[in-house]
Design a protein around this ligand. Structure first.
Ligand code: PGA
Length: 262
């Protein structure tokens, strides 16, 4: 089995340095013992304000990412975190295009595309989120969903070269399945079908080899109860975990599913 990628998107669930410290202490104690360290790739995406604390905790065997980035390296951009700041804070990954940023902060496809290019050019690994807002209930809805996903990918990847793509991971994250919305995850079979569709688009835009090498994850209400179903699919390269990643023991159980042999 290919090594799976497990990403924790902490969103804004941990509300103080004290909570971060407690989390890190439980996680690192048990992660070290679990034997999971080398069996899966684990990335933590804390809020900007906790990146430094997370980095200084020195948890062996995990990478650090941010939840957003601005497209320029420096300049007059009040409130933004730039690619240089992220790298300086130890982030080697960044989540781009998350639906919560699209919904609450008005991020559009053009901004997502600029952020994607900016981060990839700055040599930061990008975790690009795409996914439909509502669940299709008939063939017309299904066709709309596929067109929507195709369009999101086309817009995000405008002007992105094949070489840059090596640093990108795509997450199929249907918005209706995120825990803050329905709390009902997609089925592993449907997620797998959508991920195959995403690969076909990449193959058309680039080539078959690029499409096969690209890591594509599933996100949306992943928990220790359902993680195995997604992780066991050959087509799914890992999971993006939101609310369940805010609890260290629950997140450790999800990682354990990615490293279990049977
Ligand atoms: P969730 O969030 O696991 O809480 O559904 C996933 C995400 O939005 O990244």
């Amino acid at each position: 089995m290919k090594k799976k990628l497990i990403v924790a998107n902490w969103k804004a669930y941990l509300a103080s340095q004290k909570e971060v410290k407690e989390y890190v202490s439980v996680f690192s104690r048990n992660f070290g013992k679990s034997g999971a360290k080398n069996a899966a790739d684990v990335v933590f995406c804390p809020p900007f304000l906790y990146l430094a604390a997370f980095r200084s905790a020195h948890i062996g065997g995990v990478a650090v990412g941010a939840q957003d980035v601005f497209w320029e390296e420096r300049g007059p951009y009040t409130g933004e975190a730039t690619t240089s700041m992220l790298k300086d804070a130890g982030a080697s990954y960044v989540i781009i295009g998350h639906s919560e940023r699209r919904r609450y902060l008005g991020e559009n496809d053009e901004m997502v595309s600029k952020k994607l290019r900016g981060a990839l050019e700055a040599k930061i690994n990008v975790i690009l989120c795409i996914g439909e807002w509502t669940k299709a209930s008939d063939d017309v809805g299904e066709k709309k969903t596929l067109d929507f996903i195709k369009n999101q990918l086309h817009c995000a990847l405008a002007g992105v070269s094949r070489t840059l793509l090596k640093r990108m991971v795509v997450v199929y994250e249907p918005v209706w399945a995120i825990s803050g919305n329905s709390g009902i995850a997609d089925t592993p079979e449907n997620a797998s079908r959508m991920i195959m569709f995403i690969r076909r688009i990449i193959a058309k835009l680039y080539d078959g080899h690029t499409a096969r090498s690209l890591a594509v994850l599933y996100g949306g209400s992943v928990s220790s109860q359902n993680a195995a179903g997604f992780i066991r699919q050959d087509t799914i390269d890992g999971v993006l975990v939101g609310s369940a990643s805010a609890n260290p023991n629950e997140f450790l159980k999800i990682i354990a599913e990615a490293t279990r042999k049977t």
